[in-house]
Design a binder for this molecule. Structure first.
Ligand code: ZN
Length: 121
């Protein structure tokens, strides 16, 4: 399974494109084409047909468009700078006295461990 350095709900900065420099929270990751939807970033207009069953009016709807994962940098919550991420393993005491190796992400700038990197999505 593909592992991304960024995860849902991370705050990222856009590195390329028309919204370069913008910062937003990740709403969705589209694994099949390595794209990420970031809140209020890369807004596009989508033309929607009216849907009477959902009593939805037609028209132009503003919507976030996916960005490629390589055009995004994680903003570290500790040093609040766009940063690169490293992985590190922590040993933790688990159940039955066993040690559990847990994968965590850390900021390469301030070395702070970032939450949310250890689990699969
Ligand atoms: Zn940092």
């Amino acid at each position: 399974m593909k592992q991304y350095r960024i995860h849902k709900d991370d705050v990222v900065m856009v590195l390329a494109g028309k919204d370069k420099g913008k910062v937003g929270k990740i709403l969705r990751i589209i694994r099949k084409n390595d794209r990420v939807v970031v809140e209020r970033v890369n807004m596009g207009v989508r033309h929607v047909k009216p849907n009477p069953r959902l009593s939805q009016p037609g028209g132009r709807v503003e919507k976030e468009m996916p960005l490629h994962v390589s055009n995004l940098a994680l903003v570290c919550p500790a040093c609040t700078k766009p940063t690169r991420i490293g992985f590190r393993y922590l040993e933790e005491a688990g159940t039955d006295g066993k040690t559990v190796r847990k994968r965590v992400r850390f900021c390469k700038k301030c070395k702070e461990i970032l939450a949310g990197g250890g689990k699969k999505q």
